[in-house]
Design a protein around this ligand. Structure first.
Ligand SMILES: [Zn+2]
Length: 169
């Protein structure tokens, strides 16, 4: 990804964790999506990755180009770039769309002009994903919240069916 002058469109900026790599993208992005595939899950070390996709020509590295390493997946030919100092995933180049690049949404400091309303490989979604269930604070551990076990509701369910059986007999 060569540094180059972008057009006069407004830009949004982003960076890796250590700050060595800085970049900018013309606003708005083309689209944004959640990727549940195994490869992205492992590359990010997270339950899924959220990307912002844009045209290659609308993206530019503004600092730290020499800190970027590339990893090419042998089987797919897809390329993932990351900061060699801090390991932050930076750019995901998919073989099916060579003129587009994908940048992790989390690296942008501001809005990108697109909400991640799309999902790829949704059939691979993990059962340990947090899907917004209600949480309660964990006693004795400030700042820790958890999803209450369903055990109680199963007990209630058992009692309910018990009482139904009692009424029916
Ligand atoms: Zn870095």
């Amino acid at each position: 990804m060569k540094s180059r002058k972008l057009s006069s469109d407004p830009v949004v900026t982003g960076q890796c964790l250590c700050g060595a790599v800085q970049f900018e993208m013309e606003y708005p992005a083309f689209w944004a999506w959640h990727d549940h595939s195994r490869a992205s899950r492992l590359a990010h070390g997270a339950v899924y990755a959220t990307y912002v996709g844009t045209w290659r020509k609308r993206f530019s590295i503004t600092a730290g180009e020499r800190e970027i390493n590339r990893f090419e997946e042998k089987e797919t030919g897809e390329v993932r770039s990351f900061c060699r100092r801090c390991g932050t995933p930076l750019i995901y180049e998919r073989t099916r769309s060579r003129h587009m690049i994908n940048i992790p949404r989390a690296l942008f400091q501001s809005r990108t002009g697109r909400q991640p309303i799309y999902h790829i490989a949704i059939e691979e979604m993990q059962d340990w994903v947090y899907a917004g269930e209600p949480l309660v604070p964990l006693k004795g551990y400030p700042g820790v919240f958890y999803k209450r076990s369903k055990k109680r509701s199963r007990v209630q369910e058992a009692r309910r069916s018990e009482s139904i059986r009692w009424r029916c007999s």
